[in-house]
Structure formats: structure tokens, C-alpha cells
Design a protein around this ligand. Structure first.
Ligand code: MRU
Length: 391
């Protein structure tokens, strides 16, 4: 994995978003080159804008693990780009060899982070394409099959990325309609362009509301322990001149009690069939506080984040990360050496605390068992966001 000079675009043209990244100066988290995946290094933001080049599946896996790329939809896209990269660099002599290597690559990528279901969803979509393309080609002469499977995997990966951005724009239109003409939104973590194929989910709704002429300002939870709110959401909002005030996570209740919050919106890493929402640690506390203050609490996520195979939040695997991220974040010692520290990366907000779930296929209202399934069925009929398989 190599790092390129900060401050500029990747040196060579890369695909992955068409003109998505450049639109009105908006950021693009990752892009697919011919034989590389380029990531905007989110561990370096906001201090530096640096790009990291991944030239192997292992590089892509490490970029996900170390959170160079993060956010559920972006992790899914990274998984798909990683498999397209495997294909681009494969020198397999036979389709069987190719598929063996493909499965190894898929397993490696699937081991990176367990909670965001988008990763497993995207890997499964790529797996279906690989298998269908190569079915019955064992005896094919020459290596035309390799060119074909490369081409189709690349197209699928780019479609996953492109569809995510298009979906976010739809989601954001549905979501902004829920906001009053003037409001203060409290958001947590980063569910913006950096976390997705573009435009964002929770931040997308804020963008769309502003584009619709609404007067929206944002309270940004810093989001301990890795400060995705302070480092990434504040940065994205400032890039676009959206009024934002950074607060520590522990200030949320105080601001609500003073009537300075109108609505809470956060993203999701996995939404169970009953509407329980796994999202960045701290989301559950916000939902409890919102309920106590009579405020609406929305979760915004594409249907690729909805996991109908997982019945309730109790079945969602919550990633445990290194205690060092709590005791020594970014190298700064903030606790006595040797102290025990817990670091669950996500929590689960029970469905009863979620006012509505805003998806790319429409808004789901309680009871979620029914509304999520209906939206999923409607969307699979329309093709975009059609797969709901788990890896
Ligand atoms: O650990 P992270 O930074 O990957 O966690 C990200 C979140 O919790 C986001 O809110 C979620 O993935 C939605 S991103 C559109």
C-alpha cells in the first residue's frame, strides 16, 4: 500500500464514481483504477488530504481494518473493488484456479470488520457474478474467459458504487421531507460522502434539506473514541458551508434539555428485520435521550444495510476494537498505562426508539417487520438494491 502526496487528486485517472467525486467539490472516499484501488486516507483527515493506493486484496483488507476507509456503504464498496482488483491482477490458468483465488480473497475481505452488513452483501453480489460468468467455461479455449470475468466484476463493482450514490440521493430526498423548514439536527459519527459511494445518508438528508432551501444547522457529536464526528463530519460540513457546531458526546443531553435540538439523525451499519439499528457506539444513548426529550430520532441507510436474515439486534455481531483506541487515541496517552478499557465499536438501538428508518426505497415506519420487508420487496422488483443475501 503506498501513499501519495496530499492535497490533490490521485495522479492517474481512476474510475469508481464517474463525476461523483468532483460534483461541487464533494469528497470521494475511494475509486477503482485499472489495477489499484485508491482511498482517501480517512485516518489522516482533517490534518492532511492523502491518498493511499492498494494494489492487492491484502492492501484493501488492511485499509478496511485500519479505517483508512470506513462507514458501512464505503466498506461494502471497498470489498467489491477489492474483488475487482483480484480479478484485474489474476493470472489464473483455469476458471477453477480463478474461483479458488476469488474465494480466498472474499474470505480475507469478509474477515476485516464484522458489523456492517454492506460488506457481506457486496461480496455476495460479486461472488454471484464470478460464478455465473464462469459457469460452464472449463473447457473454453484460450483466456477469453479471464477477460470476460474481469470485465463483468469490474462493471459490477462500479455499479455497486454508482447505485449507492444514486440511492443516497433518493434517500436524502425522502429524508429531507421529514424536516421542518428551520431546524437543528444532531448527528453522530460520520454518515456523509466519506462513508458512502457519495452524497451520504444522514448528512445527505441535511444536504438535501439545504438544497431545498431549508434552514438547517447541525450539532456534531465528536464521536469517541475515533472522532469520526469531529474529524470527518465537521470537515465535510465545513467544505460545503453548512453551519455546524462541534460538541463532545456527553453534551448531547444538555443541548436537548435547553431546546437546542429538533431532531436526531444517524446512519446504520446493520438494521435487523425488526428495525433494531446497529450504529456507531453512542447512537443508543442519543436515541434514549431523544425519547426522553420528545424528539424524533431517525436512522438513515440504504437497503443494502438492511439485513432481513438477522431477526433482531441481539443477533448482530458487534465489533470489539483495540483498547488502545480508547487509552491512547492517535498516539496520545489519555489514561494510565495498563488500565483496562472496553472498546465496542457499535451499539444497538432498539426499534422502539427509532421514529422512522429512511431508506433509498422510501421511509419505513413501525412496525418495521412489515415496512422494511415491503420496501425490500418493492426495491427488488425494481432491480436497484435488489440483493439481500448475507455472506
Ligand atoms: O466505525 P465506522 O467509522 O466505520 O462507523 C461508521 C458508522 O457507524 C456510520 O454511522 C455508519 O456506517 C453509516 S455510514 C453511512
Amino acid at each position: 500500500m503506498t501513499v501519495t502526496a496530499g492535497g490533490g487528486a490521485p495522479a492517474r485517472p481512476v474510475e469508481g464514481a464517474g463525476d461523483r467525486g468532483g460534483a461541487r467539490g464533494r469528497v470521494q472516499a475511494l475509486a477503482l483504477g485499472e489495477e489499484e484501488v485508491v482511498f482517501l486516507d480517512q485516518t489522516k483527515l482533517p490534518a492532511a488530504v492523502e491518498y493511499v493506493r492498494a494494489v492487492s486484496v491484502e492492501d484493501v483488507a488492511r485499509a478496511i481494518e485500519t479505517m483508512v476507509v470506513r462507514g458501512a456503504p464505503a466498506i461494502g464498496i471497498a470489498g467489491a473493488f477489492g474483488l475487482a482488483l483480484y480479478a484485474a491482477r489474476s493470472d489464473a490458468a483455469t476458471p477453477e484456479d480463478f474461483l479458488r483465488g476469488f474465494e480466498d480473497a472474499a474470505r480475507r475481505l469478509a474477515r476485516t470488520r464484522p458489523t456492517a452488513v454492506n460488506l457481506f452483501w457486496a461480496i455476495e453480489r460479486m461472488r454471484v457474478v464470478a460464478r455465473e460468468t464462469l459457469a460452464g467455461t472449463t473447457a473454453a479455449p484460450g483466456r477469453a474467459w479471464l477477460e470476460e470475468v474481469r470485465r463483468r466484476l469490474r462493471a459490477e463493482a462500479l455499479e455497486i458504487a454508482g447505485a449507492d450514490e444514486r440511492g443516497n440521493r433518493r434517500l436524502s430526498t425522502y429524508g429531507q421531507a421529514l424536516l421542518p423548514r428551520k431546524c437543528r439536527v444532531l448527528t453522530h459519527c460520520n454518515a456523509g460522502a466519506l462513508a458512502t459511494g457519495g452524497y451520504g445518508t444522514a448528512l445527505g438528508i441535511i444536504r438535501a434539506a439545504r438544497e431545498a432551501g431549508k434552514e438547517v444547522s447541525v450539532l456534531v457529536d465528536e464521536t469517541r473514541p475515533l472522532w469520526q464526528g469531529a474529524r470527518l463530519t465537521a470537515w465535510e460540513l465545513m467544505q460545503e458551508g453548512i453551519p455546524a457546531t462541534l460538541i463532545t458526546d456527553s453534551m448531547a443531553g444538555w443541548f436537548m434539555s435547553r431546546g437546542e435540538v429538533d431532531v436526531v439523525i444517524f446512519g446504520a451499519d446493520r438494521i435487523a428485520a425488526n428495525g433494531d439499528v446497529a450504529n456507531k457506539i453512542g447512537s443508543y444513548s442519543l436515541a434514549v435521550l431523544a425519547r426522553a426529550h420528545g424528539l424524533p430520532c431517525y436512522s438513515a441507510a440504504p437497503l443494502s444495510t438492511v439485513d432481513l436474515d438477522t431477526k433482531t439486534g441481539a443477533d448482530i455481531v458487534i465489533e470489539e476494537r483495540s483498547p488502545e483506541e480508547v487509552t491512547r487515541p492517535y498516539g496520545l496517552l489519555v489514561a494510565p498505562p495498563g488500565v483496562a478499557a472496553a472498546n465496542p465499536a457499535f451499539d444497538v438501538t432498539p426499534a422502539r426508539l427509532i421514529t422512522a428508518i429512511v431508506t433509498d426505497a422510501g421511509v419505513a415506519w413501525p412496525p418495521y417487520e412489515r415496512s422494511l420487508r415491503e420496501l425490500a420487496e418493492r426495491a427488488s422488483g425494481r432491480r436497484e438494491g435488489a440483493a439481500f443475501r448475507r455472506g
